[in-house]
Design a protein around this ligand. Sequence first.
Ligand SMILES: NC(=O)c1ccc[n+]([C@@H]2O[C@H](COP(=O)([O-])OP(=O)(O)OC[C@H]3O[C@@H](n4cnc5c(N)ncnc54)[C@H](O)[C@@H]3O)[C@@H](O)[C@H]2O)c1
Length: 265
Amino acid sequence: MTPSGETVADRAAPGPDVLRDKVAVVTGAAGGLGRAISRRLHAAGARLALVDLDEASLADAAAEFGEQAATFVVDLSDDEQTEALPGRVRAQLGGLDVLVNNAGVRQIAPILDLTPKEWRHTLDVDLTAPFVLSRAAIPGMIEQGRGKIVNIASITGELAFADRSAYCVAKAGIIMLTKTITLEFAARGIWCNAIGPGVVETPMTRAYFESPAMRESIERNAPMKRWAQPEEIAGPVAFLCGPESDYVNGTTLFVDGGWNSAKTY
Ligand SMILES: NC(=O)c1ccc[n+]([C@@H]2O[C@H](COP(=O)([O-])OP(=O)(O)OC[C@H]3O[C@@H](n4cnc5c(N)ncnc54)[C@H](O)[C@@H]3O)[C@@H](O)[C@H]2O)c1
């Protein structure tokens, strides 16, 4: 028996529109991964609440979805704006079924050059905002009977990389936040899982690909000898948002071409 009362055996096999009429919030929706995730969830039938700080890029990202998407310009480093978001989404779209905590920033700097202010900003956007958003979204999800949260972590949450201390700590934190949310809410119809991408070609990483050292590192360390395209991450995210993952909870699915399994870099 599931928390909403149905038996698993009674359920029909999920079709291609498994998220029909569900409302999915995607943060960082104007970015590389956010756009791919939004497209994939839209293809599965979801109505979208697209969230970003960058108003112009957000409007551009939303344009392809017409009335199936609403935009919310929010600075996720601001607790008040972040906490208010789930209520605004419910008021405008009539529900909130799926929350994808995707927005992120990454500072590349050795520890001695990283200021406490920069450290805090990375943790605010990459770790505290998913906590604040989840905390504000969960009570309504419980009331609705079910809700799915997918956090975008990273292999850097499992493997330490030099010059990325705040980012690695934030991503390690979100892997643990994923587990603690599951522990507290799984019996009340909440799923919280994470995706741990390896290197993905997006605006965040574009500069990498211009550096021969990074190309060489990926060829040396990534078992598949290549980086990913955003669409290759969006499919696994959609799996964790839909009903086919209903016995998957508290886990981080690494979508990294085997890099984390090899444990080298
Ligand atoms: N690209 C990769 O190789 C890679 C690998 C592992 C994990 N990730 C994670 O994937 C997620 C998406 O990254 P991406 O590669 O698409 O990067 P991106 O830079 O293309 O997109 C990030 C988005 O987050 C938004 N954002 C940043 N700060 C914000 C704030 N304060 N409030 C609201 N929105 C804000 C940005 O405006 C941007 O649109 C991030 O969490 C990132 O850490 C990326």
